[in-house]
Every structure is written in structure tokens, then in C-alpha cells.
Ligand binder design. Structure first.
Ligand SMILES: *[C@@H]1O[C@H](CO)[C@@H](O)[C@H](O)[C@H]1NC(C)=O
Ligand SMILES: *[C@@H]1O[C@H](CO)[C@@H](O)[C@H](O)[C@H]1NC(C)=O
Ligand SMILES: *[C@@H]1O[C@H](CO)[C@@H](O)[C@H](O)[C@H]1NC(C)=O
Ligand SMILES: *[C@@H]1O[C@H](CO)[C@@H](O)[C@H](O)[C@H]1NC(C)=O
Length: 355
């Protein structure tokens, strides 16, 4: 039986007792590294040479800048090519990347992407490594160490894909592979997931759905009757994939939002948008032809075969305006994150002359 990873939300409260590991003290080597990175970053800003890759951005420095940046977020004009966005991309660098993790967000079109990558793997001659774990995206310390070890032994080039929250490889002394991902409008995702848990899609019929006590409840009812399933906490879904394994990543907060954004800038080559899947593929083709050369064409063969239609949740009903308004408030952080990713993608399109 195949689950969407998000079905683990019913365990939401069980994880809260896990010890939270927080690094308060810096080891001497980490301190030196931090100083070096901050200096490098200062130099980087100073020369205004923004073509270098985004790994020069240091967490400690970025934190404060990000606050300002996020605060400016609604003005619409604050985002531009600058270190806060890790843009523009250095294509000489991205075209030489040989290890990628696609920590696919559930119900965001990741199956279309995985099918596309399947075709590309044969065409461009790299393995599309698929984890056999479908249900666990949160890992304890031990499991994180095992995950890092599992990925570390892979022979590049590869794309490794799994539904999993961001794992910080540096904590285990390993090099962070770059990430890619795909997200979509947060409310659309939530509604799609809501009906998927009840009725599945054309490919996977949900057995669980048949016994669910709120099986026939519409999404609007769920929102208006204030059901837990549609609560603020329970619809905080996209950010944790980018924020990471810390318990605090699962609770809606500005900290979680900013941590997620920081990881996108530092560790993801690119995060695409389902609503603009065509350009998502074109961007990937241009910035990483070693993996994605021919992606648009590969995807069109999937569309022609009708596979994509079968990934859509069945029995989906669109929400009333009032439910939409309520949910957009409950999901404010998710929308801030989505807007960041979307605007970042617009900048990349600008850089690549795709607009
Ligand atoms: C990328 O590489 C090409 C060819 O080696 C070179 O001409 C170009 O200046 C490089 N661009 C950057 C941004 O380093
Ligand atoms: C490409 O990456 C390899 C290691 O992954 C590195 O040794 C090499 O110097 C890189 N080449 C360029 C042109 O950046
Ligand atoms: C849901 O609706 C269907 C069809 O109206 C009905 O057969 C079924 O018993 C209902 N299920 C629940 C759990 O109310
Ligand atoms: C959301 O989760 C947090 C952390 O578990 C908890 O403190 C808070 O009360 C929850 N909020 C609601 C509305 O349940």
C-alpha cells in the first residue's frame, strides 16, 4: 500500500517529546569556520560580485538580513539579485553539480517530476535513486546519521529522491548535497491532500478513506467547524520540508519560516512551482543540463500518455470564499514561504531570459 507521506500527521503530537538538540557552543574549528565564512561573506558583499554560488552566504549573517528582507516581503519590490536570494546563479557552477537530493513535498506534483526524472535518468545516464521509505520524513538522531551515511556512499552523479524533511549533513561531518524541490500554492496543496486522504486518486484508491469518520465532510465544513484537520498547526506542511528535523520546524513560527528560506538560499539549487511547471523544467534544463537536458520533451511524453491526470486527487471540491479567507490567514507563514520561492523563481527566469 502506498501512502502519501503526509498521512503521518496523525502522529503529530507524538513527536513532541523528542529531545531537542541545540548547538549553543561553537567548537574551535566551527568558530574558525564561522569567522572565515563571515569574512568571506563581507568580502563578497564588498566586491558586489554576486555571481558566486549561494554557499558563501553564512547563516549567522543572513539571519539578521533575512529579518529585514522578510519584513519587506509584502512591498513586492524588495527582492532582487542579492546575497539574500543567493542569485543570480553561477551557471558554470550549477552545471558541474553531480549530487542532488529531491526531498519531494507531498501533493505538489512530485510524481510528475519523478516520472520525468525517470526518463531523463535513462537519457542522460545517471541513476534516479528512489528511497523505498514512503512514510517517514522525520528522523531521530540515529536515523539522520543513517540517512547521511546512506547518501554519502552513493557514486555521483545521482539524484536521490525521498519524501523527507531537510537533513543537515554538516552536523554529521558530511558535505551537504544540493537540493531541488517543487512546491505549489499552499491552500491548493492542502485541499488536494484533504480529498486525497479520503478518496485517493486515479492511481491509488485509499483504503483508509473508507473508514474515516469525517469521510463525507467537505473541506469548507472542516474549516468552518474549526476541525483539527484544518487547524493552523495541522496545515503547516510545506515549510517543515525545508526547515528541517528540529521539533520547532513543525510549529508555525517566523523562526521556522526563516530557517526554511535560509536553507533554500544556501542549499537548494532551485525550487520550482507547480503552477509554472513548464518554466520549472526549462530552468532545470538550463541550469543543470547534466541531469535535466531534454526535461520539457520528456514531460510532454508523460502528458501525452495521460499519466499526469491520474495523479490528481479525485472528488475535489473548490472552497467557498470565506473558507479561503480563513485558511489564508491560518497559513500565513506557508504563503510567505511560497511567495518567496515564487519571486525567487521569477528572478531566475529574468536571469535566464525566460520571461
Ligand atoms: C563560465 O565559464 C566560461 C567558459 O569557461 C567563461 O568564459 C565565463 O566567464 C564563466 N562565467 C563565470 C560567471 O564564471
Ligand atoms: C567540478 O566539480 C568537481 C568535483 O565535483 C571539481 O573537482 C571540479 O573542479 C569542478 N569543475 C569546475 C569547472 O568547477
Ligand atoms: C458517505 O456518503 C456515502 C454516500 O452518500 C454513504 O454511503 C456513506 O455511508 C457515508 N459515509 C459516512 C462515514 O458517513
Ligand atoms: C500548536 O502547536 C504548539 C506546539 O505543539 C502548541 O503549543 C499550540 O498550542 C498549538 N496551537 C493550537 C491552536 O493548537
Amino acid at each position: 500500500m502506498v501512502y502519501d507521506i503526509d498521512s503521518d500527521r496523525y502522529n503529530y503530537h507524538h513527536n513532541s517529546k523528542m529531545p531537542r538538540l541545540r548547538r549553543i557552543f561553537l567548537s574551535p574549528s566551527r568558530f574558525l569556520l564561522t569567522v572565515a565564512t563571515i569574512s568571506a561573506f563581507g568580502f563578497y558583499l564588498y566586491t558586489s560580485n554576486l555571481t558566486a554560488n549561494s554557499r558563501f552566504v553564512d547563516n549567522g549573517v543572513l539571519d539578521r538580513r533575512l529579518e529585514k528582507f522578510v519584513a519587506d516581503d509584502n512591498t513586492g519590490d524588495s527582492m532582487d539579485f542579492k546575497p539574500e536570494t543567493g542569485l543570480p546563479l553561477d551557471l558554470n557552477y550549477t552545471r558541474n553539480i553531480s549530487k542532488l537530493i529531491f526531498n519531494r513535498v507531498g501533493k505538489c506534483g512530485s510524481r510528475s517530476m519523478v516520472h520525468t526524472i525517470d526518463i531523463l535518468a535513462r537519457k542522460n545516464n545517471f541513476p534516479n535513486m528512489k528511497s523505498q521509505v514512503f512514510t517517514q520524513k522525520r528522523l531521530n538522531e540515529q536515523e539522520q546519521a543513517e540517512f547521511v551515511a546512506e547518501v554519502d556512499v552513493l557514486d555521483p552523479p545521482y539524484i536521490y529522491n525521498r519524501h523527507i524533511d531537510y537533513v543537515d549533513f554538516s552536523r554529521f561531518g558530511s558535505e551537504q548535497p544540493y537540493g531541488i524541490n517543487l512546491i505549489r500554492d499552499p491552500l491548493d496543496r492542502t485541499i488536494s491532500f484533504y480529498y486525497y486522504t479520503r478518496f485517493g486518486d486515479a492511481t491509488y484508491q485509499r483504503e483508509a478513506g473508507a473508514t474515516m469518520k469525517d469521510l463525507n465532510q467537505t473541506f469548507d465544513e472542516c474549516v468552518l467547524f474549526d476541525k483539527e484537520e484544518c487547524s493552523t498547526n495541522n496545515t503547516f506542511r510545506i515549510i517543515p520540508y525545508f526547515c528541517g528535523q528540529d521539533d520547532m520546524c513543525r510549529v508555525p513560527s517566523r523562526w521556522a519560516l526563516e530557517t526554511a528560506i535560509r536553507h533554500v538560499v544556501k542549499d537548494y539549487v532551485f525550487v520550482g512551482i507547480l503552477e509554472d511547471f513548464e518554466n520549472t523544467l526549462r530552468i532545470l534544463e538550463i541550469i543543470m543540463p547534466q541531469f535535466f537536458g531534454g526535461a520539457s520533451e520528456a514531460y510532454s511524453t508523460i502528458v501525452t500518455k495521460g499519466d499526469v491526470q491520474s495523479f490528481k486527487s479525485v472528488s475535489r471540491k473548490e472552497p467557498a470564499e470565506v473558507a479561503t479567507t480563513i485558511m489564508k490567514q491560518r497559513m500565513a507563514y506557508e504563503y510567505e514561504f511560497y511567495d518567496f520561492v515564487k519571486r525567487r523563481m521569477e528572478l531566475i527566469k529574468k536571469q535566464l531570459h525566460l520571461t
